[in-house]
Write a protein that binds this ligand. Structure first.
Ligand SMILES: [Zn+2]
Length: 117
């Protein structure tokens, strides 16, 4: 992959990383605020725990994505970016455009989703 492409993927990944880090810290703060609001009745409590559950799962997804982005940035550093981590074929450029943190090519991704990888 040429340097220009590498740079453009790095920028994309870093922008997404920034965005996610902000979201993660915001949802942690929202979770704390929901705690501090001191709910009185049962309905409030149910709503509160629902919100916390939602925020928790959301930040869980974000953390997982952050992990993938960190791995992709590491692959950019060591020159293996754009290579499928399973079959070592090049990941389709269209796929990288859509999902710059993709670890697998389309074929391996499908296998993984079917539990075959
Ligand atoms: Zn593959």
């Amino acid at each position: 992959m040429d340097k220009k492409k590498v740079e453009s993927y790095r920028k994309k990944l870093q922008a997404k990383q920034d965005e996610l880090l902000k979201q993660v810290s915001k949802s942690e703060q929202d979770g704390r605020e929901a705690d501090e609001e001191g709910t009185q009745d049962v309905a409030d409590k149910a709503a509160n725990s629902y919100i916390k559950e939602f925020l928790f799962h959301q930040s869980d997804d974000n953390r997982r994505l952050l992990q993938l982005i960190e791995e992709a940035l590491a692959r950019l550093e060591n020159g293996t970016y754009g290579e499928c981590v399973a079959c070592h074929q090049e990941v389709q450029l269209k796929r990288l455009e859509a999902v710059p943190w993709a670890r697998h090519c389309i074929e391996c991704q499908e296998k993984q989703e079917q539990g075959l990888l």
